[in-house]
Design a protein around this ligand. Structure first.
Ligand code: ADP
Length: 388
């Protein structure tokens, strides 16, 4: 008598052989045999909860290995190491395969990451996948704090990250990070046989950092005229030895459009993040910053509310973002520890200890990276810049 004689086709039953219990079933057809192709077919239609497209459309199923009739390994490729709550994907894969494996079958889901980007630095010869500008309508709202948070956040999540302080009027990044020293200038032989001078960024806890603050004493005022500013920013971008980066975060000077225009001309930016405090007056400045980015054709990735709490209120930026049809990337509560860490040059420690600000900062880094991934799907082409 066949082992399956008593089973209904397609239905799993238990069978005890030599004291061990097995799940067995009678196949309805040969097409029910667990194969890589069948597993792939079952997974293609899963909708990615973040990107709102199917695994098939996104090409996310990197590898399927059928190890035995009751054990499958699925490797999923993510567009950024900052992809949040991956357990949702594990659950979706398990559910999609539930009918094909016995109830005690095993589905192992593993992840690989291939950071997607616009190859932002192409024209300048940079090997940087995504350049993100962090701006604000006015100073003091926490723009540098958010720029450093996105940079350290993405680094903490596994990305290769650089941070460029383009806030030439008040370069605060070196102080916040406790990054000291003067970047070395190294001469390299270029492709045409001509020597090229490359500036070595300062390494700070795995981050490559460049700032005018490394060259100018903090108490010294620098007066920048337009062409000089353009030259300095170009040099910082082009001549710094950034190496290969997944993300380069640029801390912009507040308000002004000059640097945005320069960046827009030099790079295909992934987009800009606009930082704002929740009260009404600050929101007006944020709208100006948004319009400024739009004018120079830098896509706006979203808005961040900083210093939420009793003093400035809460929720104003999310409301404004919804009104303007711009994504809201998260909020950072006002928290003395955040200021103290920055003041003492220990900003990076917020990411390595049980700090109350940490989840908020990581959330913003994740949302920024995911918004880039979404934008890449919806606008594969770079906008061309009109002459202003
Ligand atoms: P900006 O770059 O917009 O001028 P900064 O990031 O330099 O602003 O922040 C201004 C000051 O506010 C800094 O002392 C910083 O530590 C502090 N700060 C920023 N965000 C917060 C926050 N959420 N809670 C407490 N202090 C903050």
């Amino acid at each position: 008598m066949s082992l399956f004689a008593s089973s209904v086709p397609g239905k799993w039953i238990t069978s005890t052989i030599a004291g061990d219990t097995y799940y067995v079933r009678k196949l309805r057809a040969m097409s029910e045999v667990l194969t890589e192709t069948r597993v792939r077919e079952s997974l293609q239609g899963i909708q990615d909860p973040e990107l709102r497209r199917t695994f098939g459309e996104l090409g996310m199923i990197k590898q399927v290995t059928v190890k035995s009739p009751q054990s499958v390994e699925v490797q999923i490729e993510l567009p950024t190491p900052a992809y949040p709550q991956r357990e949702r994907l594990v659950e979706a894969v398990r559910q999609a395969l539930a009918g094909q494996l016995p109830p005690d079958g095993q589905v192992d889901v593993t992840f690989t990451v291939k950071v997607k980007g616009k190859d932002s630095g192409g024209a300048l010869g940079l090997r940087v996948k995504n350049v993100i500008a962090v701006g604000s309508g006015k100073g003091g709202v926490g723009k540098s704090t958010v720029a450093a948070s996105i940079a350290f956040g993405l680094h903490t999540l596994g990305a290769k990250v650089g941070l460029m302080d383009a806030d030439v009027y008040g370069p605060s990044i070196p102080h916040m990070l406790g990054a000291k020293g003067q970047p070395a200038v190294v001469e390299e032989m270029g492709g045409s046989g001509q020597p090229i001078r490359r500036i070595q960024p300062i390494e700070c806890r795995g981050l490559k950092v460049m700032s005018m603050g490394f060259f100018v004493p903090p108490e010294e005022a620098v007066v920048w005229r337009g062409p000089m500013l353009h030259g300095a920013i170009t040099q910082f971008l082009r001549d710094t030895d950034w190496g290969e980066l997944d993300y380069l975060i640029i801390d912009m000077p507040p308000g002004t459009g000059d640097v945005s225009l320069t960046l827009s001309q030099l790079l295909g930016l992934a987009g800009a993040v606009v930082v704002c405090t929740p009260q009404q007056v600050a929101l007006l400045d944020a709208v100006k910053a948004l319009n400024m980015f739009r004018k120079v054709k830098i896509p706006v990735l979203g808005m961040v509310e900083n210093m939420s709490g009793e003093i400035f209120g809460r929720g104003g930026v999310a409301k404004k973002a919804a009104e303007l049809g711009v994504p809201f990337l998260g909020e950072i509560p006002i928290e003395p520890g955040l200021r103290i860490h920055g003041d003492e040059g220990r900003f990076a420690e917020i990411f390595s200890e049980n700090n109350p600000s940490r989840p908020h900062l990581l959330h913003i880094a994740e949302q920024t990276a995911m918004q880039i991934a979404r934008e890449l799907l919806s606008e594969p082409k770079l906008p061309s810049l009109e002459v202003l």
